[in-house]
Structure formats: structure tokens, C-alpha cells
Design a protein around this ligand. Sequence first.
Ligand code: S3P
Length: 189
Amino acid sequence: MTQAPLALSDAEIAGIARRLDRPLVLVGLMGAGKSTVGRRLAALLDASFMDADEEIERSANRAIAEIFEEFGEEYFRDGERRVIARLMDEDYGVIATGGGAFVNAETRALILERGLAVWLDCDIDTLVKRTARRDTRPLLRDGDPREILTRLKDQRAAAYSAAPIRVVTSQGSQDITSLRILEAVDAWL
Ligand code: S3P
């Protein structure tokens, strides 16, 4: 499928930034590019960026895998919701969330109320390739990553589709994905 050429001037991007009165909250599966695209988006918007997973690790003073091991997933989801709520109260223009955050009903409601959720939807081959780069994700440790990601994609699609904006990403450039998001945000505003 050929996409329309991307054309957003600096002035148009600045206009979008001015009209945005809430943080852009990136949601989607592990490996979809939320953190990388989030940083790029924030730079384009001249806004600050925060990765919720990093902030969870900082506040807990533990790696996410350790939190899962020591306290379990439910405890992690609870902390994740509190951290995301706090970040949305602070002055971040773009927040990247962990892949399961928007699947949790309470966290999803919070993001839908106070942020603008952007679902980065991505094909399985790309997700498998990107997540293979590091072994820090507890959910991908017990089994075949392709099978796990395929199952999660299926299970989570309904939750992710509650996001007002969906952008399909693949192995293409993060710049193109960022501009597509901005075009979608512009149309949404
Ligand atoms: C998770 C995704 C991870 C991290 C945790 C659980 C998930 O974040 O929050 O390992 O449930 O999909 P990334 O999506 O940034 O990898």
C-alpha cells in the first residue's frame, strides 16, 4: 500500500504542539517502538519525554524482571498505574508506556481520560526482531517469543483499539512513524 507523502512544516508542528493540551501516551506491544518513537516525537514537538518503564524501575529501584519475580505481575500493574497517573500530572508532552499498561482496565481509563493514546501497531516479524535485541522482558522469557507475541497481539488488540489514534509501524524509519503520528494528532485536534 502506498502512503500519502508526509508533509508537515516546522510551523505546522509547532501549531500542533500549541494546540495539544494533554500528553501523547504511546501504547502497543513490546517492540513496537514506543520508546524510540516517543523520544523522536517529543523532540519534534519540543516537549519532554518520559518512559514509564524506566520511571517504574527508578521508583522501585529494581529492574522490571525483578519486580515480576519478587512481587508478581499484579503488583507491577498496580505500580505501573500509579506511575503513569503521576507522569500525566507532570509536564511531559510524550509518555511511552509498557506493552501491558493499556490492557489494564483502570490504567486504560486513566490514559483515555487525561492523555491522548496513540497505538503503535506493528507486524509480528518486526516485533520478534526488535524484542530479540535484549533479554529483559519477563513475559518473553518462558517460551517462544514469536508464539507469545502472536498470542498477546490477539489478546490485546481489543484493548489497544480503544486508543483514538492508531499508526501502523514496521521496519520503516522512526521519523516517518513520528510524522504519521503528528498528522493523525493534527486531524484529531
Ligand atoms: C510488558 C511490556 C514491557 C514491560 C513489562 C511488561 C507487557 O514494556 O512493561 O515487561 O506486558 O507487554 P515494553 O512494551 O516497553 O517492552
